[in-house]
Write a protein that binds this ligand. Structure first.
Ligand code: NAD
Length: 350
């Protein structure tokens, strides 16, 4: 999540994690518990030093507060960042030590997967604490892979945003998808079924070609996808897809995709506005996954996940309409809305 200057920043609470024998070295950052326990995944990544890991954890924890509040979940925002040990290491020992640290927080932080961690890791965490989601799913209950839910939310958001921007349905609209992995691939399937024309790009050329064949799509190079002749640009790879260079040559009139942190820096939102490009804010659009994780933790059903995920479409439309009315970047409108939700008790906002 990009930290915008207008964002409120309560003092960040954090716990340093260190257990040399288990290979545990990292931090749990708790940005907000105003709406409930701080929820956000656990990232296992290589960082040059402990400070770099801490900076990343703070930034990500703040982002989770906004995302969870916007999705109207009873959770605040937090994140764990663990430094990946060099060479071979014992994942069980590491994640059990991490689980023990979470247990000491007595439910103030709830973890799940993020970059570099898996369902198997969360099962190790669960040996030491119940404050963990993203585990193996049980029939009828929410759980399992969050990607299809993320894709559904992005699809619903795009439907609403296309209606707002072009006054049409998805049929006949051209969408350039950057990154056709777990979320991007499922989004392509939904878009193809809805009659959209697709242009795909991925560094995994083999997967990209196979999906292009399946969905009768064109393929662009990873350098050209942002400038493709499309109505919609859907960043579904890594963060930072929207920078001064890519936005200057963007042909699409709408950006709506799954990737986190799409704005390389907050000022890009204004550039998009000046160019007349509608931007559906990333954390509003891609909340389907955390909705699924939240429901798993609370023991809710698959239907609960569907109902909440389907709200992403109307929510996106509302933000785009308010932004257009007030001539503001949609990301600013979204942040203000999330901050309002963070500052009120759940009962007032349900
Ligand atoms: P993934 O790893 O399955 O897919 C990402 C794809 O992007 C891969 O196929 C990769 O080869 C491709 N890629 C990487 N760099 C690229 C580039 N420069 N150009 C084109 N393609 C490139 O990941 P995912 O789970 O599908 O997540 C995609 C994005 O959505 C990420 O930013 C992630 O943080 C975000 N997100 C995912 C979820 C979820 O439920 N999985 C939830 C919220 C947000």
């Amino acid at each position: 999540m990009v930290t915008a200057a207008h964002r409120m920043m309560p003092p960040m609470e954090y716990v340093r994690l260190h257990d040399e024998a288990a290979g545990l070295d990292g931090v749990i950052a708790i940005h907000s518990t105003a709406r409930g326990p701080a929820a956000g995944g656990c990232r296992l990544w290589t960082y040059p030093d402990a400070n770099a890991a801490m900076v990343d954890a703070f930034r990500l924890a703040e982002g989770m507060s906004y995302k969870n509040a916007m999705a109207e979940l009873p959770f605040g925002g937090g994140k764990a960042v663990l430094r990946k040990p060099e060479g071979k290491f014992d994942r069980r020992a590491l994640f059990e030590a991490f689980g023990a640290a979470i247990e000491k927080l007595d439910g103030r932080y709830v973890t799940a997967e993020d970059v570099g961690t898996s369902v198997a890791d969360m099962e190790f965490v669960a040996n030491k604490t119940r404050h963990v989601a993203g585990r193996t799913s049980r029939p009828g209950f929410a759980g399992g892979d969050p990607s299809p839910w993320t894709a559904l939310g992005v699809f619903e958001a795009m439907k609403a945003a296309v209606q707002f921007r072009f006054g049409s349905g998805l049929s006949g609209v051209t969408v350039a998808v950057q990154g056709v992995g777990n979320v991007g691939g499922d989004l392509c399937r939904r878009l193809h079924e809805a009659g959209a024309r697709l242009i795909l790009a991925d560094i995994d050329a083999e997967r990209c070609t196979a999906l292009a064949r399946e969905f009768d799509a064109d393929v662009a190079s990873i350098d050209d996808i942002a400038q493709a002749d499309a109505d919609v640009f859907a960043p579904c790879a890594l963060g930072g897809a929207l920078n001064e260079k890519s936005v200057a040559s963007l042909k699409a009139g709408l950006v709506c995709g799954a990737a986190n942190n799409q704005l390389a820096e907050p000022g890009i939102a204004k550039t998009l506005l000046e160019r007349g490009i509608a931007y559906a804010p990333d954390y509003v659009v891609n909340a389907g996954g955390i909705i699924n994780v939240s429901a798993e933790y609370l023991g809710e059903s698959v239907e609960d996940v569907r109902t909440r995920t389907m709200k992403i479409g109307p929510r996106t439309a509302g933000i785009l309409e308010e932004a257009a009315r007030d001539n503001l970047p949609p990301s600013v409108v979204a942040d203000r809305m999330a901050e309002r939700l963070m500052s009120r008790p759940i009962a007032d906002v349900a």
